[in-house]
Design a protein around this ligand. Sequence first.
Ligand SMILES: [Zn+2]
Length: 476
Amino acid sequence: MLDLLVRGGTVVTPGQAGQFDIAVRGEKIAAVALPGAITEAARQTLDATGKVVVPGGVEPHAHLASFIGTQAEKRSYTIGPEDDTRGMAFGGTTTHIDFCYVRPGMDFWKTLEERAARWKGQSHIDYSFHIVLTGAHPFEVFENIPEAIRRGFPSFKVFTLDVLPRNPERPTAQLDFGRIQIVMEKAAANGGIVVVHAEDHDLVQTMYERVAKEGRMEGWNLPVVHNKTSELLSFRRTIQLAGRTGAAVYFVHTSAREGVEAVSEARSKGQAVYAETLHHYVTFDAEDYKKPKGYIYHTYPSLKHKEDREALWNGLLHGDISTVGTDEYPTTLEVKLRGNTVADVTGGNLGAEARVGITYTEGVVKRGMSLQRFAEVTSTNAARILGLYPRKGAIAPGSDADITVIDPSVHKKLTKEDFHLSDYSPWEGWEVQGWPVTTVLRGKVIVDKGRLLGSLTDGQLMPRKIDPAVLKAPVC
Ligand SMILES: [Zn+2]
């Protein structure tokens, strides 16, 4: 007896998209077969006729229950997993990777244990953490990297800069390039990947000073501070260092044409360089900052311009951008809007719930992205690059039964009621065609037709291990 049968849909498998039925036994996919070929009875059947069935979304970039550094003196935090993962579940995402910050003086393993404990029993979907190394760590800290990889945490996030102006209330984010080199060496030797927030520290910090001096502190000058030249310099510097150390690199939130070009060039030479962009960056641009409540659209580095959006789409459609992440940083509207200068606009995005649906509308419906490519950029590629594949990111026998059903007949303007965790969404008023309606996590239907059926104990910590081929050359 099967536990679940998903019948009648257009299913995206690793090889092709077509009409298939999916048999689920326990938490795993038991078979993917031509319509009607599965004859075994099932306890539960989902009729997916007329719908698109894709692997559950993998969100590679979320900052939940995270200290808000922009107004450090307020000591506030982003919304936690107990609320945010409800939105992810509704939005068709079944796994997310958050961050565990290890700052100088903090115990590496204790910090990781505490972060994992914060999620235990508090997440609707599966999860893991990138380990973030910031500040002037003594070298011994980097000796933990091989063991962390063995324990299932193979991705290490570094910031090449302090994103915000220096402030004693705020811990530093930057890891200097010498220390980044050490992280790269350790990652390369042990099967890890280095996740990089790449902007040029000197350029950005000096631009903060310059705009202050010139009286141009309004938040819409963020692209002047976090600018395209900064992305150009830092992506290329990081790629050079990665080439020297043999490390694979994953660039988070690529925002500019210059970033796409640097990544594309490195990949064409066979270097294991991967890039993420945000659905946010391909749909909004710097002009949006000037709208009423325009800072709801801000996320670091910054929104850029039309030519950048086009370059990012080109990368997403044709292969040089591997993933759509969110940089999820969920807050209330009041917190999101409490700053209005380049130094204090609240960063990050409230959009993990919209990620899969917006990418479907903007990619598949409006720009002719294939269903295969859509599944890759919302799920499969993040799973491969970050070590969850083929357990996650595939509708195939043996994979976890993480399944998202999209109804392409949904045609609506999004309203606040379409979202499930805060008092606003930057996507209110956005026109969509196609939206996730059913989400299955390891065989359990956690959302169906607007109802939450899952619970906070459904999500589990996922150990990760990256396929060596991913670390050697760009495979996706
Ligand atoms: Zn981030």
